[in-house]
Design a protein around this ligand. Sequence first.
Ligand code: PLP
Length: 497
Amino acid sequence: MGQFISSTKSARRILPHKNEEDTTESCSDLGHPQTSLDSLPVLKKAKGHYWYPSKGPKILDACGGAGVACLGHGRRDIIKAVKKQMKAYTYTSYAHFQTAPVQELSDWLIKSTGGKMQKVYVMCSGSEAMEAALKLAVEYFRWKGEPERTNFIARHDSYHGCTLGSLSVSGHHTRRTPFSPLLSPTHFHHIPPCNTYRTAPSPSPSSSESESDPAAAFLAPKTTELDSLFARLGPHTVAAVVLEPVVGAALGCMPSPEGYLAAMKAVCERHGALLIFDEVMCGMGRTGAVHAWQAEVPSSLPGGGDGEGEGEGVVPDLQTVAKGFAGGYQPASALLVGGKVAGLMEREGRVFTHGHTYQNHPVVAAAALAVQRAVQREGLVGNVRVQGGLLGRLLRERLGGHPNVGDVRGRGLFWGVEFVRDRETKEPFEPGLRVAERVQRVAVREYRVLVYHGQGCAGGGRGDHIMIMPAYNISAKLVEEIVERVAGAVEEVFRRL
Ligand code: PLP
């Protein structure tokens, strides 16, 4: 084993760790469910911002696993809160008792939305929360006397979960393909993604607004795409539009351009459909606001929003959260229900026909509550904005000019780097080269930094990116170190390719 020497300032001073097990041919995909377990290193412990494998030096955690570990690892206060709840009681069916952790967590979440969301279901995974959102949308319209509303519209190059319903609504080429016969083409429909890197804003010839306003020029065709699909399906058949405000795994941390979400919401409202925001990855502080939708500005939007709630973001009807919700201290997610749906449930005494055995699990809720209180107490969403600004700037400085880096984008502590064969044409690499996977592997094995990689999403199964999503309590010094290590790995991979 070689000696790894860390550095915060210069890439040249970072000496790669020589790993005898490393082979450039084998592309192990650390942390991905499709990986053969045999190819993964054994984890001994994790503490703070580091993973400690059973062999070799510690690994700097720059992605919290899959964007989960928002407080870092091994926090005693969170472990204590979980233990305390386990000592009181470890489980009760949500159908038999209410529990203090679930009640307090629900109150906390509702307050965090300024009361825009009014009801909460606590679950264990993002996919579960997404399934519940889809089902609640359908049941809401049944209650309303509109049972024909059973269609959903989402986007290509999107990911909303791995269960059949959530995968059906996803537009993720590589994750859908093996199961396509089981995914419902009848009820799930897709519009083009809002990929600001690959889709150049194209002015709409008919719009005079677009001639003077480039934002409007970009948004006009996007609105038309959604409107046209509503028209084709029959607007009265659409239950909801599903969007991820800042696209995570599918596109690699791509924020929506200003005005886009409000424009989509305006179309939904015009046709009486619900708007569902999937904040499984981008929510709970990750992008620098507790909820990503709170950072959207409805007032400046061409043709979007009604002025109501100005400065309070673009409010969805249903919202899902997970990942940073309990920071990995328990498997936690939630479905948040906005006023339109919750109000009808309240008025008519409706009960959602849905329930998992582990729904509203008290230990899960205790962990999420402890994590959220810590994030709030320590002002970590503010730190996300500060360190996120630094992370983005350093990534752009260090990698923005690399001939194989097409784009560096993100928001908060949620940054993606997209790799291309040709910067001018934006031509992606052939999928067989597994470029993002190589970067991830060299990063972890030789530069001892863990990043998340995504592949096969940016347009019909091609495209490579890595994602950098450190914990919210990361320091400026560690942000600098992450960038130097990642840059070292990127440069190394393209030297060898
Ligand atoms: N939605 C988004 C945006 C995600 O990124 C993910 C997972 O990566 C999911 C849904 C599914 O969540 P889970 O893996 O917890 O089921």
